[in-house]
Design a protein around this ligand. Sequence first.
Ligand code: COI
Length: 437
Amino acid sequence: MILNTRYTVSKCLTLSRARFQSTNLHFYQNRKLEEYATKEAKRLSLRQLVFYGRFMSEERLIKSANYVRTELPVRIAHRIRDLQALPYAVVMQEDVAKVYELYWSAFEKFRMFPRIETLEDNESFCSFLRGLLDEHAVVIPNLSLGLSLASPHLPPDQLDAFMRRMLVSRISRRVLAEHHIALSDSVGRYQGTGKEEGHVGIICTGLNVEKSVRRCAALLHQLTHDSDKSKPSNTHHIQWPAVTIEGHIGAQFAYIREHLEYIIFELLKNAMQATISKHGQKTNPPGILVTLVAAPDSIGMRISDQGGGLLNPQIRSPSDLFSFSHVRNASRLEQNNLGPLRTASASPTGMRATVEELVSRWKDEWRQREDGASLKNDSELEPCVGRHPRLGIGLAMSNIFVRYFGGTLELVSLDGWGTDVYLRLPKLGTNLEGIEV
Ligand code: COI
């Protein structure tokens, strides 16, 4: 029965594939897919990635390349299977079908890529990976847009579980690819050590949490400062809340800096926006307090704001904010979420997960939206803050980043006062990647 459904769905997808690319999904290709999809992913821990990359030799680099070459198509095959198991109406949705296309194409390319034997082979493998990383930059906006639009066709639990698998798996593939590229680059540059100062591959071995919080806060403040400068002089200067850091200031651990800073940036941005929305243009809006804790096996962080809490009649539980389903999070079908997603899906750079890119996208859109506009009174401030360009998936994506290596993210609303966000990330690096990879 399941096989029949799958067969029907794959047939439909064949038609959809033909719409985007004039190739047919051949029986042989499906058999190959099955072969890979029956294999289990070889999940790794952060510690394994660090230990392996710490001492690099030509032989170890080539072994790493072949692991990535054979592991990624297995992970992609599982996700193609997931896509094939979606209801017809969902998988035929244009943006979902585009992702399906991209995955099939990547799967075939990996499958065909010859075994890596030499450093020259590895160089071409790395440029192949770089090309795919770029090509897949549109996956998240496409998936989010597609699944938002198709949300009425999927029960919320099914939709969220599907998105979790797609996104955790995507993070995992990008981590493996980017880590291998970084190891290859550093072997070239550092004559065989694989280790750049403070880094092994893409992992920062002594990531200072306080510095990351400061960096994100500074970027957010700089962003508002720049956008103020781009506004006409008669507009109000919005003073953004100050960020105070307390607790275990020296806390550090081995982690992927981009992941940590993506999460912190999003959480601070939400806290700042909520504070400005509640307190308007006060010269000194209440600040945001970040408390850091270095526990024996985890790094903890609490971000407390006075932005009024999560008083939103449409949200029944704070965790609904992590949901991609319109049933749990009605904003998924709102134009101000769909619009930016449409723009990002159509852009060749899609969405990249580094803070700088996030900020520059935010800045550009802020400028575009604010150009020529002037804020005349308090009542205009809230919509202006509300208009901050967002893809609307920052919190949901942060939760996915947190879960990838077994962390937790919890929001507690003190309705009428503010929100406390609790972030916990394992510190020992021994957790395997999420089961969903
Ligand atoms: C993705 O970004 O979705 C990927 O799968 C990247 C990988 C092909 C290198």
